[in-house]
Design a binder for this molecule. Structure first.
Ligand SMILES: [Cu+2]
Length: 500
């Protein structure tokens, strides 16, 4: 064998090795395989122009089911509107299509997209759009600057398949994004995505209000908090409870679920996790490589991922940003409710919603909205307060004192028929400052620790205690937000029993 032939053979072997590695990685990620095979489909648009179906979150438009590139017309309107950000709390959002996140757009790789951006006549601000799926300066931003009552148009070819964020890029850009101006556009690979039973649209964002978390009323944007990256709320789909209780996303057991998860920011990176599920497949960063068996996936601000898993056992699966204070104290919590038969070989336990869901374990918290509205119009009743308090007690206090208020022997004293509750001022103090050391409740001694719960607002403490006073055979009575305010403002003495 000549030298040359030997070298050629070696070269061929190396090439073969490479080929088999490629094969292995192709098999590893089916989606990747498909897109690696396809050379794209970038010919001129065929057929009559198609009007894109846009959907509001958490819905996703149906697959394009197209085998050829088309001209697709997208019409999106910017609307500035006041909407609830939490129960009894509202915020003036700036939206693409009237929702936060904005309408979901779905096209096919190779499509020529004719984009029409309208800005509603009632808008106060000019807006534009930067689509990360666009190849071209500013992602369309410069061509789409639109004053209130105007419309603009630009055209782009969807060159790269994947899931992309779009957002407003009008100065001050951070403020436009913080007000909810972002959404997702899916550019399907030419062969489409694999068939699944459910597709949902979930997008995280951080919000900055002048008032505290859950402080009632219309809240203004706080530029200073935004610059300091100190969000008041971290939310999925623009509001607390947007995807919990009777608004939870749903599936049956043994179904495939695909989540398009975006992060609008403006500031935070999301550690996206579903409690109780393992992602079978994640197209992290929205890219074409699929990672398997993922517990938590990072979603950068201005980024997105495609997450897929198969549901196996019924129950409530909690979607969180695993930077966990954001989930339990800033609102970054959503629920996927899976129904169907149990499979004891996979999971045998009973369902304990309240452990992870807190006050979101209920169908809704409209009682809080009602109490807030009635307080604002001066018509707040004891019943309103008790109903709102009941909703807040669940998960906040019930974890220890139990849903029926009886506590746990030797550890958590009862709130049901508690003789300790005779002194309302002291009860308020216990909630705001916590309690430790020996206390005697109904003749039984406890020597344990209750953490302070001063993250609760005045109206929340008032409503919780009003609920407690009027429940479980307790004597009744009423605590006002003003009572709580006074105790909070007073010198922080310790809530000992000796004061009694
Ligand atoms: Cu804008």
């Amino acid at each position: 064998m000549s030298h040359i032939v030997k070298n050629m053979l070696a070269g061929a072997l190396v090439a073969l090795g490479l080929a088999s590695t490629m094969l292995a990685s192709t098999a590893y990620a089916a989606g990747q395989a498909a897109s690696a095979k396809s050379t794209g489909d970038f010919g001129p648009p065929q057929g009559a122009p198609i009007h894109a179906v846009l959907t509001s979150p958490p819905n996703v438009p149906p697959p394009t089911n197209r085998k050829y590139p088309a001209k697709v017309i997208v019409e999106l309107e910017v609307v500035e509107k006041e909407m609830p950000i939490s129960e009894g709390v509202s915020y003036t959002f700036w939206t693409f299509g009237g929702t936060v996140p904005g309408s979901f757009i779905r096209v096919r790789q190779g499509d020529t997209v004719e984009f029409h951006l309208k800005n509603h006549p009632d808008s106060k601000m000019p807006h534009n759009i930067d689509l990360h799926g666009v190849t071209g300066p500013g992602g369309g931003a410069a061509s789409s600057f639109t004053a209130p009552g105007h419309a603009s148009q630009f055209t782009f070819k969807a060159l790269n398949e994947g899931i992309y964020v779009y957002h407003c890029a009008t100065a001050p850009v951070g403020m436009h994004v913080a007000n909810g101006m972002y959404g997702l556009i899916l550019v399907e690979p030419p062969e489409g995505l694999s068939k699944v039973d459910h597709e949902y649209y979930v997008m995280q964002g951080d919000f900055y209000t002048t008032g505290k978390y859950r402080e009632k009323g219309l809240q203004a944007f706080d530029m200073e908090k935004a610059i300091d990256e100190r969000p008041t709320y971290v939310l999925f789909n623009g509001a607390e409870g947007a995807l919990t209780g009777d608004k939870a996303i749903t599936a049956k057991t043994n179904e495939t679920v695909r989540l398009f998860v975006g992060n609008g920011g403006p500031n935070l990176v999301s550690s996206f996790h579903v409690i109780g599920a393992i992602f079978d497949k994640v197209r992290f960063e929205g890219g074409s490589i699929a990672q398997k068996n993922v517990q938590t996936t990072l979603i950068p601000a201005g980024g997105a991922a495609i997450v897929e898993y198969r549901t196996k056992v019924p129950g409530s699966y909690v979607l969180v940003d695993h930077s966990i204070f954001r989930a339990f104290n800033k609102g970054a919590l959503a629920i996927m409710k899976v129904t169907g038969p149990e499979d004891k070989s996979i999971y045998s336990g009973k369902e304990l919603d309240s452990v992870y869901l807190g006050d979101r374990s209920q169908p809704n918290m409209t009682a809080v909205t009602t109490a807030t509205a009635n307080a604002a119009s001066g018509k707040l009743t004891v019943q309103d307060q008790a109903q709102a308090g009941k909703a807040l007690f669940a998960g906040t206090c019930s974890v220890c004192h139990q849903a029926n208020g009886v506590g746990l022997p030797g550890v958590f004293p009862p709130l049901a028929k508690s003789d300790f509750l005779g002194d309302i001022g002291r009860a308020i103090k216990v909630v705001l400052q916590g309690l430790s050391g020996k206390v005697t409740v109904n003749g039984t001694a406890y020597d344990s620790v209750m953490p302070p719960m001063n993250q609760l607002n005045d109206d929340e403490v008032a409503n919780i205690l009003t609920y407690v006073l009027n429940e479980w055979g307790n004597p009744g009575g009423r605590v006002s937000a003003d009572d709580v305010k006074k105790v909070r403002a007073a010198k922080p003495g310790v809530a000992t029993q000796a004061e009694h």
